[in-house]
Design a protein around this ligand. Structure first.
Ligand code: TXA
Ligand code: MG
Length: 332
């Protein structure tokens, strides 16, 4: 197992942060909490350190990584253009769960961007992530700390389960407060494009930027602008089925049939179901609270050995867009 160190999520202990920063500077891998999910971090400017991330995650090399920096000044150091839109979004939402895609500065190794001419940058708000970035004095490449296409981790235990001994150190700062990955906005072209929805929604972005395009689905094996576009993603091992609110009896019938076949059935619901299942999680009917708890519920039901997970689909409103995106991809 990787070494895990507990760290205070409000006032991180400087000796723990220093130990983690030393591993990053030496080219090693450190898993750490951000406000969204846990990341698997390495020195973003060191090609061989970044390669270790791809190996640990078994992630194909066409999937670019996000470089995390301590502040907007650090972001400007790894991009080659800083348009007004970047300044507007950075001053409004950083530190926070927002990633900006901008033209890449040549100091960033090709491998980080999967050969694209752009780089994704984010200033995380979590005190542990911020302290680590400051102590390391480097941009830190960090995808979610899970195996490729699997569920993102929102606790250190999820990271241990997914990556075993593949990180040199895991910083355990408790559960992550946002719970789904950052909103990703591409600012490298003439019109901003929302590549991945998250807790910072389209309407907030439009409030600051004016028109924003929403990226359509991309398939095929060419370099993808957004790895979140890989069709099956954020997935538990179990089969996942979504049911509209008007399809509760169908859900009950599906549970019934699966149990008759001898399957273990779980459910993740917004309201109790009047048929018994083997494992059940009731999530809050509020998008932020739901996002915070979603991955932990999926991990728990997966670990319990569910073959099938039945889920209430979430409302069609804009504020649920981030959650809806994850559920759609996980249920493919
Ligand atoms: O919340 C998060 O963003 C977490 C934490 C750890 O910060 N990280 C994360 O990284 O979710 P990852 O590797 O699992 O997802 C990478 C996302 C992709 O979905 C894609 O949208 C974007 O980053 N991305 C990275 N580089 C890009 C680029 N050059 N062009 C377009 N999108 C890029
Ligand atoms: Mg990921």
């Amino acid at each position: 197992m990787s070494r895990t160190l507990r760290v205070d999520s409000v006032t991180p202990q400087s000796d723990v942060i220093e130990a983690a920063a030393a591993i990053i500077r030496a080219g090693g891998l450190v898993a750490f909490p951000t406000e969204t999910v846990y990341g698997l971090g390495a020195n973003a400017l060191d090609e061989s350190a970044v390669r270790k991330i791809f190996e640990a995650k078994e992630r194909p090399s066409f999937n670019p990584l996000i470089a995390h920096v301590a502040d907007a000044h650090g972001a400007r150091g790894i991009v080659s253009a800083w348009p007004d839109a970047a300044e507007l979004l950075a001053s409004r939402f950083w530190p926070g769960p927002l990633t900006l895609v901008l033209p890449r500065n040549p100091i960033v190794p090709d491998i980080l961007s999967a050969g694209l001419s752009t780089v994704a940058v984010r200033v995380p708000a979590h005190p542990v992530a911020h302290a680590l970035l400051t102590a390391a004095g480097l941009p830190i490449a960090a995808p979610s700390a899970n195996r490729f296409t699997r569920l993102s981790p929102t606790t250190a235990a999820h990271v241990e389960k997914a990556l075993g001994d593949r990180a040199d150190l895991i910083l355990d700062g408790g559960p992550t407060p946002v719970g789904i990955e950052s909103t990703v906005v591409d600012l490298s072209g003439p019109t901003p494009i929302l590549l991945r929805p998250g807790s910072i929604g389209l309407s907030l972005l439009q409030e600051v930027l004016g028109p924003v395009r929403v990226s359509g689905e991309i398939s095929g094996l060419a370099p993808r602008p957004a790895p979140g576009m890989v069709e099956r993603h954020y997935s538990p091992r179990a089969r996942l089925l979504l049911f509209g609110r008007e399809s509760r009896s169908e859900m009950a019938e599906t549970a019934h049939e699966a149990k008759r076949r001898g399957e273990r059935v779980g459910a993740i619901l917004l309201a109790p179901l009047d048929v018994s299942v083997d494992d059940c999680a009731l999530l809050p009917d509020d998008p932020a609270a739901y996002a915070r708890d979603l991955y932990a519920a999926l991990h728990r039901l997966d670990d319990a050995g569910c073959d099938l997970i039945l889920m209430d689909s979430v409302p069609d409103d804009a504020e649920w867009a981030g959650v809806r995106d994850r559920l759609t991809r996980a249920s493919r």
